[in-house]
Design a protein around this ligand. Structure first.
Ligand SMILES: [Zn+2]
Ligand SMILES: [Zn+2]
Ligand SMILES: [Zn+2]
Ligand SMILES: [Zn+2]
Length: 510
């Protein structure tokens, strides 16, 4: 008898120390996937939910890498399963039962669907929220449906013997010695625990850094966003990571820039200029530190202990107008990203009467906004080396690229001048960039007539690229290009190939 057809699906964490496959009968596809928003899943992942697909009974992952690199975390004596995560990068890979499932009588697996190389409606289908917070806002509020499919909600009845769960903690408001409120962040195991104040704390008075990360809608709140980038997905093991942005100096106990030696925190350098911090005991993603701005640290919202609930809405103003790195999210799982985007907007409109679409410095450069009126750039993309086309996976292996910025000498402009030697960068995507005044544009890059220089702009003698590294597919990459212009002011920008960024480049060169 012919055996039943099967399909093998592959998963891996960000650092690739953990890779595995699962082989399932095609009749079992798509694998139903649930989003668990229980406090344990939130505090163990650092996200607003985990994304788990139960494997068919009898199916287990086949590991392609040594399992010695995996850490197991058991949340309590009542735990029915171990939670597994990569010891190097902190990515959660799934839960393995330690007591047999009450229905099947077997030890089962739930794998993190977010780390599979394929995730569409034919492989994994997100169908339900489980343990949604009943009295507060959570991911379930922002994701009521996907692909016109309403997601169901499920939680066991209290005292269900099959689900002997701990009651969720009820955090209380904490205060500093002067009576000002502080919010606690703490991973599930408690190995990383800290507090921070509100942005209107008196000690911050007129601090420009604090202002950058303060809500435009409420001076008591910090900014927060929903990030669907590929890096965070493969570092948390969840489709989306919620972040807020806090001045490093306000974290107590003091957090070193290196993130080293802070309780059970482990660090992982996810790119040349980005350091991640996760709990080495329970695996919670806790911090993101960019070397571009070491005075602030991104804090994973999933570990926050706000009395009002999972999204800490009395502390955070959520950007409801867009997802962060939406393009990554759309490429990985379009129906999820579309559903979340829609749900977030709908919630924002209900709350504020409009969606909030503020920029988050170093995530979406506000510098770009400032240059919105800069001269228009030619329509065609920047000339680039045709032998070295951009590809999605470039972000994993640094590869030199050359972008030549060229423009004709404008009437009255001083003679063309080659700008300072390009700075070779070893970021995630490496560019060397040469900026030349006065060179004839490439034939495929015609310069339209409206490219006249602004009359009173001082000529820039030097444009030094201080950092590069971006995925040109994402307009909003964190590791944007940084420029040091002749006046010494540092500016940030993201993808050099997007229209608006070309406009900004243009204005900087000018
Ligand atoms: Zn890893
Ligand atoms: Zn859970
Ligand atoms: Zn922990
Ligand atoms: Zn991210």
């Amino acid at each position: 008898m012919a055996s039943e057809p099967t399909k093998t699906l592959t998963a891996q964490c960000y650092c690739k120390s953990t890779r595995f496959t699962v082989t399932v009968p095609t009749s079992a596809l798509p694998l139903g996937t649930h989003l668990c928003s229980c406090f344990i899943c939130r505090q163990v992942h650092g996200t607003l939910a985990c994304f788990h697909a139960p494997l068919p009974t009898g199916t287990s992952p086949v590991f392609l890498t040594p399992t010695i690199s995996i850490i197991r975390y058991r949340h309590s004596d009542l735990a029915a399963s171990d939670r597994l995560f990569c010891s190097t990068c902190g990515c959660h890979i799934g839960d393995e039962d330690i007591i047999p499932d009450h229905a099947s009588g077997q030890l089962e697996w739930r794998v993190a669907s977010s780390i599979f190389t394929e995730h569409d409606e034919s492989t994994f289908q997100i169908r339900s929220h489980i343990f949604p917070p009943t009295t507060s806002v959570g991911l379930h509020t922002w994701l009521p449906e996907i692909n016109n499919r309403k997601l169901s909600s499920w939680a066991p009845e209290p005292n269900d013997p099959n689900f002997p769960i701990l009651p969720p903690p009820t955090p209380t408001q904490e205060f500093d010695s002067d009576g000002h409120e502080r919010l606690r962040g703490e991973c599930h195991c408690g190995g990383v625990s800290f507090t921070f104040p509100r942005p209107n704390h008196p000690s911050f008075k007129d601090d420009p850094l604090v202002k950058r990360y303060t809500s435009p809608a409420d001076p008591q709140k910090w900014l927060a966003c929903m990030d669907v980038c590929n890096d965070c997905r493969l570092l948390t093991g969840a489709h989306v990571t919620a972040w807020t942005f806090i001045p490093l100096s306000s974290i107590s106990p003091p957090l070193p820039e290196s993130l080293e030696g802070y309780g059970t925190l482990k660090t992982y350098r996810s790119s040349e200029k980005v350091l991640r911090g996760f709990c080495g005991r329970c695996g919670a993603t806790v911090f993101y530190m960019s070397e571009e701005e070491r005075r602030k640290v991104d804090v994973a919202v999933g570990i926050l202990r706000a009395p009002e609930g999972a999204i800490a809405e009395k502390w955070l103003t959520w950007r409801t107008g867009k997802l962060t790195y939406e393009r990554d999210g759309m490429e990985f799982d379009r129906v999820f990203a579309e559903g979340l985007k829609r749900g977030l907007r709908t919630w924002g409109e209900g709350l504020d009467g409009e969606v909030l679409d503020f920029e988050i410095p170093l995530i979406v450069s506000d510098a770009i906004k400032l240059h919105a009126t800069s001269p228009k750039w030619p329509k065609s993309p920047l000339p680039r080396d045709p032998k070295d086309p951009p590809s999605k996976r470039d972000c994993c292996k640094p590869k030199p690229k050359t972008i030549l910025l060229a423009r004709p000498a404008a009437p009255g402009q001083q003679q063309p001048e080659e700008l300072s030697p390009p700075v070779q960068n070893t970021g995630r995507i490496t560019f060397s960039m040469t900026c030349v005044f006065g060179e004839t544009p490439a034939p495929e890059d015609p310069t339209p007539a409206e490219l006249e220089p602004p009359a009173e702009e001082p000529p820039s003698k030097r444009l030094k690229i201080v950092t590069t590294g971006t995925d040109e597919k994402a307009d909003e990459k964190v590791d944007g290009l940084g420029f040091q212009d002749v006046w010494g002011s540092k500016k940030q920008m993201a993808s050099p190939n997007s229209r608006r960024n070309k406009d900004m480049l243009w204005s900087l060169i000018w």
